[in-house]
Design a protein around this ligand. Sequence first.
Ligand SMILES: C[S@@+](CC[C@H](N)C(=O)[O-])C[C@H]1O[C@@H](n2cnc3c(N)ncnc32)[C@H](O)[C@@H]1O
Length: 247
Amino acid sequence: MDRPLILKTFHKGKIKEYFVMPKGDLHTDLGIIRLDELKAKLPGDMISSHLGFDFVIQKPKPPDFFRHAKRSGAPMMPKDIGQIISSTGLSHSDSVLDAGTGSGILAIYLGSIARKVVSYEIRDEFIDIARQNIALTGLSNIELRSGDMVTEIQTLDEKFDVITLDTIDAARIVPHVPGVIYPGGYLAVYSPFFEQTKEVRNAIENTNFTEVKTIETIEREISFSDRGTRPSTSRVGHTGFITIARY
Ligand SMILES: C[S@@+](CC[C@H](N)C(=O)[O-])C[C@H]1O[C@@H](n2cnc3c(N)ncnc32)[C@H](O)[C@@H]1O
C-alpha cells in the first residue's frame, strides 16, 4: 500500500508543507511537483517543482497525522496526548483500551508506543475515517471495534494496562473499568468541561482507584522576532481536563 509523505520547503520566511500520496501531480504556488517521482526517493531526499523550488521529503510522524489526517470531529491535542503518555508511563509492553476512536489521532500516538491498542467507536462512519487514517500510518497494532463502550466494556474478557476515555459519557464507563484493568494500571479520562470532570471524579471516588489527579495542561509557545522574544500572542486556549487514576 502507498504511504503518505511530507514535502517541506522554506519560502519567504515560512515553512510550507504538503501531506501527499506518491502519485499524480501536486499543483502549488511554487510550481508543479510530479509525485510519481517520490517512489524512487527516500525520506531526506529532495524533490523539485517545475519552477525549481526544492522540497525535502519526510516520513510522517503522529504530529503530522494530527495536522493533516482526515477528521471526524475534534482530535485530542498533542499537548494533552503528551500528558496522558507521561502520566500513565505508557511503554512498549502495554496494552491499551481506548474510547471513542474519533479520528484515531490519540490511538495513533498510543499505537506508536504501546504493544497493542483496542479502540471502540460508536459511530460507524467515524470508524471508516479512523481506519483510513490508521492504515496510512502503517501501524498494525491498533484494532478498531464498533460499539458503545458503556455496554461493550461490560462484556469484555480481556485486561489492559492503560485505559483512555475521550467520550461524553465517560462517567458511565468508569465503574466498569476495574473489570478490564490490570492491578497497577492507569485510567486517563479527557473531559472538555468542569461538569463532565466532576462526574468522572465522582465515578472514580465510588470505585477502587488510588492516586487520582485532575490536571489542565497549558501550552505557551514562545515567539522569536527582530522586535523581541516573548510568549506568542496567538495561543492554544482551553482544550480539556485530564483525570488520571491508578487501579
Ligand atoms: C472527541 S472524539 C475522540 C477523539 C479521539 N480521541 C482522537 O484523538 O481522534 C469522541 C468520540 O467518541 C465517540 N463516542 C461517544 N460516546 C461513545 C461511546 N459510548 N462508545 C464509543 N464511542 C463513543 C464519538 O462518536 C466521538 O467520535
